[in-house]
Design a protein around this ligand. Structure first.
Ligand code: MCA
Ligand code: AMP
Length: 508
């Protein structure tokens, strides 16, 4: 796909533009015609606000139909979308703004002054516009006076459509640059592989500032030209009540553990459904089995990363195997390599590497980091530890990167440790991932306090809440005298995990 991603989507829009695109439960139904004209007005508004082709447009927004229109507006204006989690705090935003230097920042109305201040602090001359959960704000106001059409863009292909930041195991967060062609190839592949049909309705409960909710879910719907039921956030009871009007559902494992915990999840509740998809974190075999017992549906688990969208999927037709993430996508090459870089035979555990048209164009402003993440023959090193079985199913068995995935969100211990270490009275700290019944994993911070320091576990948590996105804040903190280290001086996180397993469980 060499063209603009929006034009690909538009070529799949229903001829009858009054057909629904988004239905907000208990609220508006917005059509493809609305999407086409609103995204054009927004694209013209972005240009009027100073966004030129290649400029970044940062968006820290509540989930709304207008926020989706802004995504498409960026594609149409040849601007680069920078979606930001609404949980990010000032310190986190400061870095993204300085690094990506957006020309336009679109934020929640109540955070306008804060974002304006952060833009000044970051030394960028960004225009700050607002967009509220109800479609209100200065962006729609500016857009109202703009034409409802915009000339089709000829840019696309390898041009960057979006930058998505992730923290990383060391150093600064990295912005993964996804091109129009990257996003198009993955969306086309998934749309076909998951057998989208003309009568499909997606129940969308994911946040839309990360790959799963934004690109995997919404791009499939746009390619299908059909409707989605768009919930502002995931609520198990609400979702169960809506499943009977949907055909496809996508969620992180926490969604599924919460769904199976409800007595209302029954075959009748799923009467219109055809497909349940899970990803972003490992789905427990137990959840997979209980879900099947309670609904008659076998969850399809898939695996991917921000740096390329999806890499593997269990089959639509054929056996979906619990504990595996299925086969490499038809246009993705996947291999497992050993420490020396040698490609390992099936059955042997090593690092997963991937190559394909979906793999990102590199990290923004980080050519060296980008180079280090690719092999000489162009495979991206995922940092996930996996194995391919004799039938070709891929399983993720661990991570070479020090990463906690909590409720589908990535938490890099290094970032949390740095924030703790900056607190007065802290000598050092170690953050480890512990099993959590709801979030799969969650953080435990082991903190060494200076002698006589007035630190308390609650104080540490309280102080972190203002500095880090809420999901990064450890669920428990323990104060200790020192950390166990190996002969190389490295903190032995496994020892900590074992030492505090009992305490962690008792305090859950
Ligand atoms: C909320 N909290 C969390 C999380 N979410 N803590 C740890 N991990 C989390 N994920 C905090 C809240 O701030 C609150 O803290 C407390 O936990 C309980 O909040 P609760 O109301 O239960 O949370 P929620 O609002 O219901 O949110 C849980 C959630 C949400 C629905 C599971 O986290 C979510 O939507 N996750 C989806 C993430 C996702 O889309 N990932 C895809 C990334 P306190 O009480 O102290 O205030 S893309 C990706 O990974 C790749 C590409 C892929 O393969 O898809
Ligand atoms: P992100 O950086 O947010 O894109 O998260 C990507 C990471 O999520 C991958 O590198 C994996 O570690 C993890 N992941 C995604 N899907 C799965 C899955 N189905 N099973 C296990 N881990 C997964």
């Amino acid at each position: 796909m060499q063209g603009n991603l929006f034009e690909l989507f538009r070529s799949r829009f229903p001829a009858d533009r009054s057909r629904p695109f988004i239905e907000i439960p208990g609220g508006a139904i917005l059509s493809y015609g609305w999407l086409e004209s609103t995204s054009a007005r927004f694209a013209n508004a972005l240009a009027a606000a100073g966004a030129r082709p290649g400029d970044r447009v940062a968006a820290q927004l509540d989930k709304s139909a207008e926020a989706v229109a802004l995504y498409l507006a960026c594609l149409r204006a040849d601007a680069i979308l920078l979606p930001l989690n609404t949980a990010y705090q000032a310190d986190e935003l400061d870095y993204f703004l300085s690094d990506a230097a957006p020309t336009v920042v679109v934020c929640q109305p109540h955070r306008r002054a804060e974002l304006e201040g952060l833009a000044v602090k970051a030394g960028i001359s960004a225009r700050v516009l607002t967009l509220g959960a109800e479609g209100d704000g200065t962006l729609p106001e500016l857009a109202a006076g703009q034409p409802a059409d915009v000339a089709p863009s000829s840019r696309g292909g390898d041009n960057i459509a979006a930058i998505l930041y992730s923290s990383g195991t060391t150093g600064r967060p990295k912005g993964a640059m996804m091109s129009h062609a990257n996003l198009a190839s993955n969306a086309l592949t998934l749309h076909e592989l998951w057998g989208f049909r003309p009568d499909d309705v997606l129940l969308h409960c994911l946040p839309i500032f990360h790959t799963h909710g934004l690109f995997v879910a919404i791009n499939c719907v746009l390619l299908n030209g059909t409707a989605m039921i768009f919930c502002p956030k995931f609520d198990a009871e609400q979702a169960i009540g809506l499943l009977g009007r949907a055909t496809v559902f996508m969620g992180v494992p926490t969604f599924y553990t919460r769904l199976v915990a409800s007595p209302d999840l029954t075959p009748a509740a799923c009467r219109s459904m055809r497909l349940f998809i899970s990803g972003s974190a490992p789905l427990l075999e137990e959840t997979f089995n209980v879900f099947r017992d309670k609904t008659g549906f076998t969850i399809l688990e898939r695996y991917g990363m921000t740096e390329g969208g999806m890499f593997t999927s269990n089959p639509l037709d054929g056996e979906r195997r619990a504990g595996t993430v299925g086969f490499p996508l038809p246009d993705v090459e996947l291999r497992v390599t050993g420490e020396d870089g040698r490609v390992l035979p099936r059955g042997e555990v090593g690092i997963i590497e991937v190559r394909g048209p979906n793999i990102f164009k590199g990290y923004w402003n980080m050519p060296d980091k980008t180079k280090a993440e690719f092999t000489a023959d162009g495979f991206f090193k995922s940092g996930d530890v996996g194995v391919i079985d004799d039938r070709g199913y891929v399983s993720i068995v661990g991570r070479a990167k020090d990463l906690i995935i909590s409720g589908g969100y990535n938490v890099y211990p290094k970032e949390v440790e740095d924030a703790i270490d900056r607190m007065a009275g802290v000598v050092e700290s170690a953050v480890i991932g512990m099993p959590h019944p709801d979030f799969g994993e969650a953080g435990l911070a082991v903190v060494v306090a200076a002698p006589g320091a007035a630190l308390t576990p609650d104080g540490v948590i309280g102080s972190l809440k203002g500095r880090l996105a809420n999901y990064k804040v450890p669920k428990q903190v323990v104060l200790v005298k020192d950390l166990p280290r190996n002969a190389m001086g490295k903190v032995q996180k496994n020892v900590l995990r074992d030492s505090y397993a009992g305490m962690w469980k008792a305090n859950l």
